[in-house]
Ligand binder design. Structure first.
Ligand code: C5P
Length: 230
């Protein structure tokens, strides 16, 4: 008799600024699991489209670009900092700008693009496990995840977190503008037809407005222990 080994997935979804990236990375480290920042794939596609002068309205070319793009996450010197290589070139800070996030959310609404990125996302599912962060990890990409968490926080709290993050990185930012951008992105991500931003029906919803990062990590780690066999 053959037995199939299923690689466990922890899906963490939520809107931008809900803390899912930081929380996901910490949990992946603690569990010794791989980590997928699926938003980085959409952002990288936005950077690739810009470099190839592909219009965000050109769906067939965007989908082809998504299939063709070679994206790698390479830990720098084996440490915590990860270099993102797009077709062999480090795209680092370009990926994290608000403009890349805005452009990513436009092309993420294209169903052909989402389909093209599906296989890339599945390829991250490797032993001993995967923590996947995004908008549709639990609802669409890994529907059989052993635990699905949906993090939320008010738009104001998320804008402040983003403001601090970007300020710390030396970016010149405006809180009011960030809040407007977050609201605009929420509306686009939640309003699209293909995999809209919404919790999977079996997701645990966690409001992080009043919790710090370690509190959220502990909560999710505890939930995961309850789900794991043995
Ligand atoms: O998470 P991050 O802010 O990097 O994602 C950028 C954009 O990519 C999001 O606003 C969203 O539109 C899109 N995205 C998505 N599905 C995912 C991850 C990100 O549609 N799983």
């Amino acid at each position: 008799m053959t037995s199939v080994i299923v690689v466990p997935v922890l899906a963490i979804d939520g809107p931008s600024g809900s803390g899912k990236g930081t929380v996901g990375q910490l949990l992946a480290q603690r569990l010794g699991w791989h980590f997928l920042d699926s938003g980085a794939l959409y952002r990288a596609l936005a950077v690739a489209a810009d470099a190839a002068s592909v219009d965000l309205g050109d769906k067939p070319r965007l989908a082809q670009l998504a299939v063709d793009m070679d994206i790698r996450f390479v830990p720098r010197g084996g440490g915590d900092v990860v270099d993102v290589l797009l077709n062999g070139q480090e795209i680092g800070d370009r990926l994290r700008t608000e403009e890349s996030g805005r452009r990513a959310s436009i092309l993420a609404a294209v169903p052909e693009v989402r389909r093209a990125l599906l296989q890339k996302q599945h390829s991250f599912r490797q032993m001993p496990g995967l923590v996947a962060d995004g908008r549709d990890m639990g609802s669409t990409v890994f529907p059989d995840a052993i635990l699905k968490v949906f993090l939320t926080a008010s738009a104001e709290v998320r804008a402040e977190r983003r403001y601090k993050q970007l300020k710390d990185k030396g970016f010149d930012v405006n809180l009011r503008r960030l809040l407007d951008e977050i609201r605009e992105r929420d509306a686009r991500d939640a309003g699209r037809e293909a995999s809209p931003l919404k919790p999977a029906s079996d997701a645990c919803i966690l409001d992080t407005s009043q919790l710090d990062i370690s509190g959220v990590v502990e909560r999710i780690y505890g939930l995961l222990q309850q789900r794991r066999p043995g």
